[in-house]
Design a protein around this ligand. Structure first.
Ligand code: HEM
Length: 585
C-alpha cells in the first residue's frame, strides 16, 4: 500500500515536471520574438518592479530589442510586445492600426473597456461603438474650445495662479494642479469652484488604473475573490459609485441652471442644447461620463510637464534667462498670450525638451491586438498587448544625441537631427510620441500645448524659479531629478523651491492683472445672471400680453434689486402681478 502511494507520488511529480519543462521550452522557443526568459504561468512578473517599471523595460530593451526595435514578455499569461523604436510604433500602431487599436482590460476597474456598455472611461475603452461616438464628441468639443482660445479661461486661471504663487509660494504643488483642474472645470461646467473635488476624483481613477495602484492590477486573480474577502473590489465599488454620482450631479445641476436661464456656455450646456440629438449617446449616464472624463483627463496630464518645467528651470538657469529675455523682447513687458506663440521658439523649445527629458507617461499607454497579425515574419496573436515605451523613444541617442541631458538647442540649432523650420511653427509638442499613436492618439495635444505656453509663459514673465535655501545651513535645498511616483501618469515627488518675483513692478503688475481679471469675471457672471432675470421677466410680460406697458423698465429695475426666491408684487398696467426671481440677483 505504502509503496503504491510512493509510486503514485513520484508519477505525479514526474508528470508535473515534464509539463513544466515542456511549457518552459514552448514559451522560450527560439523562433519566438526575443525577450527575457519566461517562467511557466507567471511569465516574468517576479522581477518586474512596480516602481519605475519603465527602467526595467528599458534594461530589457538593451538586452533583447536588438535590430528589431521590440521584444516580447509575458505576465500571468498576458503577452506584452514592448516597442522600443518609434519607427516600429509607427509601422504597427499607425499603418497596421486596424489590427491593434483595442485596449487591454484593466482588472481593478469595472467594465474598463465598456464591453458591457458602461460607457465611462473613453481613454480605456475597447474599440467599440461607445469609444467611436465619445471620441468624436470629445474631439469636436476640444477643437471648438481651442479655436475660441478657451474663451479666455486659460489666461484667467494663469493670472490667478501667479497671484497665488506670490501670496503662498510654498503651496505651489497644490496651486499648480488646481490651475489645470480649474481650466477643465470651467470648460466642462463653467464652475472653477469644483476643481478640488475634480482633482481628487481624477487621482482616484489614476491610482485605480495604474499597475502601481491596487495589487489586483498585478496579481489579477485576486480580483475574483468573493466580495466579503475582497477589500479591493469593495473599495472600487465605493470609488466608482461616488464618481458616477458626482458626474451625474454636474449634468443635472447644469440642466437645472439652464431651465432657470442661469447657465453660461460650457461643454455640458452645449451637449444638453444640441448634442443629445446628434451624438447618439445613450442618455444622461453616458453624457455625464464623457464630459466628466474630459475634465479628469486634462488635470494630471498637463500638471506633469508643468511640474517638470519647474525642475528644468531650477536646474538650468541660463535657459530660464533665455526664455525670460525672449518674452521681454517680444511681448514688450506683457504677460505672453497665444497670439505671441510664433515669436517664442525658445519657450516652445524648453517646453518640448522638458517633455522629452522627463516624459510623464513613460511606459506609454498599451494597445491590444484585436485580430491576429504577422509583422516582420513574427506571428502576433489577437489579445497581445502592445506597449509603446516612450521612455525608450525619448532616449534614442541617434535621434536625440546626449539624451540624458536637457538640451533645448536640439530644437533650435540646424546642427541637431531634430531641428526643423520655420521656427515660427516649430518646435511644437504636437505629434510627439508621448501622445501615442494611430486611432488612439491623444485628443488633448492642442489643449496641452496652449496651456503650457500660457502657464510657462506667465511663470517666466513673473518669476525667477530658484532653489530654496535651508534656513539653518543656508545651503540650497535639493530639487531631485529622478524621484517620482510610478503611476501611469507620473509627477515628481514633493520638493521645495522658491518663486522670486523678477522685480517689484512685475509682482505688483501680476497682482493687478489678477484683480482686474477676477473683477471682470465676477461682473460678467453677475451681468449674465441679471440678463437671465430680464429674460425671465420678459416671459412674464409675454404671458400677460403687456409688452407695450411703459412700467416695464421700472419692473426690471426693481427685480434686479431683490434676492433669489423673493417675491416682487407690482402692477403692470392695470394687472397685479407677482414675480418671483428664481434665478437670483
Ligand atoms: C502632456 C499631456 C498629455 C499626454 C502626455 C497625453 C498622453 C496620452 C496618451 C499616451 C494617450 C494614449 C494614446 C494611445 O493609446 O496611443 C492619450 C489618450 C487620450 N488623451 Fe491624452 N495626454 C495628454 C493630455 C491630454 C489632455 C489635456 C486631454 C484632454 C483634455 C487628453 C485627452 C485624451 C483622450 C480623450 C485620450 C483617449 C483617446 C482614445 O483612447 O481614443 N490628453 N493621451
Amino acid at each position: 500500500m505504502q509503496l503504491s502511494l510512493i509510486a503514485l507520488g513520484v508519477a505525479l511529480i514526474g508528470f508535473a515536471v515534464y509539463h513544466l519543462v515542456r511549457e518552459y521550452r514552448h514559451i522560450n522557443n527560439k523562433k519566438k520574438i526575443p525577450g527575457p526568459t519566461l517562467l511557466p504561468f507567471i511569465g516574468r512578473i517576479h522581477d518586474l518592479p512596480i516602481d519605475f517599471m519603465w527602467l526595467k523595460f528599458q534594461e530589457w530593451a538593451q538586452q533583447y530589442s536588438g535590430e528589431n526595435g521590440f521584444y516580447m514578455t509575458e505576465m500571468l499569461g498576458s503577452k506584452f510586445l514592448v516597442i522600443t523604436d518609434e519607427k516600429v510604433a509607427e509601422e504597427l500602431l499607425i499603418k497596421r492600426a486596424r489590427y491593434n487599436s483595442d485596449r487591454p482590460v484593466i482588472r481593478s476597474l469595472f467594465d474598463s473597456k465598456s464591453t458591457h456598455g458602461s460607457g465611462e472611461y473613453l481613454p480605456l475603452m475597447g474599440k467599440n461603438k461607445y469609444w467611436a461616438r465619445q471620441r468624436k464628441l470629445t474631439h469636436g468639443y476640444l477643437t471648438e474650445a481651442s479655436n475660441e482660445h478657451y474663451y479666455g479661461v486659460m489666461y484667467h486661471e494663469s493670472k490667478r495662479w501667479m497671484a497665488r504663487l506670490i501670496e503662498n509660494p510654498d503651496d505651489f504643488r497644490f496651486s499648480l494642479e488646481d490651475m489645470a483642474s480649474k481650466v477643465m472645470c470651467q470648460l466642462t461646467w463653467d464652475d472653477p469652484s469644483l476643481s478640488e473635488y475634480c482633482t481628487k476624483s481624477a487621482w482616484g481613477l489614476l491610482t485605480q488604473m495604474s499597475p502601481a495602484g491596487p495589487l489586483t492590477n498585478v496579481l489579477t486573480p485576486l480580483w475574483h475573490l468573493p466580495l466579503p474577502l475582497n477589500p479591493w473590489k469593495r473599495a472600487e465599488y465605493k470609488r466608482h459609485d461616488e464618481q458616477q454620482a458626482w458626474w451625474m450631479e454636474r449634468l443635472l445641476t447644469t440642466s437645472d441652471k439652464m431651465d432657470r436661464g442661469q447657465q453660461r456656455p460650457c461643454f455640458t450646456r452645449k451637449y444638453l442644447e444640441t448634442g443629445h440629438n446628434r451624438s447618439k449617446l445613450d442618455g444622461d449616464h453616458e453624457a455625464s461620463s464623457v464630459i466628466g472624463m474630459m475634465a479628469l483627463v486634462g488635470i494630471f496630464t498637463v500638471a506633469g510637464p508643468l511640474s517638470y518645467w519647474l525642475v528644468s528651470m531650477v536646474h538650468h538657469p541660463h535657459w530660464q534667462a533665455s526664455v525670460q529675455k525672449e518674452i521681454d523682447d517680444n511681448c514688450k513687458g506683457r504677460m505672453p498670450t497665444l497670439e505671441d506663440t510664433p515669436k517664442l521658439p525658445i519657450l516652445r523649445a524648453c517646453i518640448k525638451e522638458t517633455m522629452r527629458w522627463k516624459p510623464n507617461v513613460p511606459t506609454g499607454v498599451a494597445h491590444e491586438m484585436e485580430a491576429d497579425d504577422v509583422y516582420r515574419g513574427y506571428f502576433l496573436p489577437k489579445g497581445t498587448r502592445i506597449l509603446p515605451l516612450d521612455w525608450a523613444f525619448m532616449r534614442n541617442a541617434e535621434k536625440y544625441p546626449d539624451p540624458e541631458n536637457f538640451r533645448p538647442e536640439r530644437w533650435l540649432d540646424p546642427g541637431w537631427p531634430t531641428y526643423r523650420e520655420p521656427l515660427t511653427e516649430y518646435p511644437t509638442i504636437k505629434g510627439m510620441t508621448s501622445f501615442g499613436f494611430g486611432q488612439r492618439q491623444c485628443l488633448g495635444q492642442t489643449v496641452t500645448q496652449d496651456e503650457l505656453i500660457v502657464a510657462c509663459g506667465a511663470l517666466s514673465w513673473c518669476f525667477n524659479l530658484k532653489p530654496k535655501q535651508d534656513p539653518i545651513t543656508g545651503y540650497d535645498l535639493p530639487v531631485p531629478l529622478d524621484k517620482s511616483n510610478s503611476l501611469l501618469i507620473i509627477k515628481p515627488d514633493p520638493f521645495q523651491m522658491a518663486f522670486e518675483p523678477r522685480n517689484e513692478a512685475r509682482k505688483q503688475e501680476a497682482l493687478r492683472l489678477w484683480a482686474v481679471s477676477d473683477a471682470q469675471d465676477q461682473r460678467e457672471r453677475a451681468a449674465f445672471a441679471k440678463g437671465a432675470e430680464a429674460e425671465k421677466l420678459s416671459d412674464v410680460y409675454e404671458a400677460v400680453d403687456m409688452s407695450y406697458v411703459p412700467e416695464k423698465e421700472a419692473v426690471l429695475v426693481k427685480a434686479n434689486e431683490i434676492q433669489k426666491d423673493e417675491i416682487l408684487c407690482t402692477s403692470i398696467g392695470n394687472v397685479e402681478v407677482e414675480v418671483k426671481v428664481a434665478v437670483g440677483a
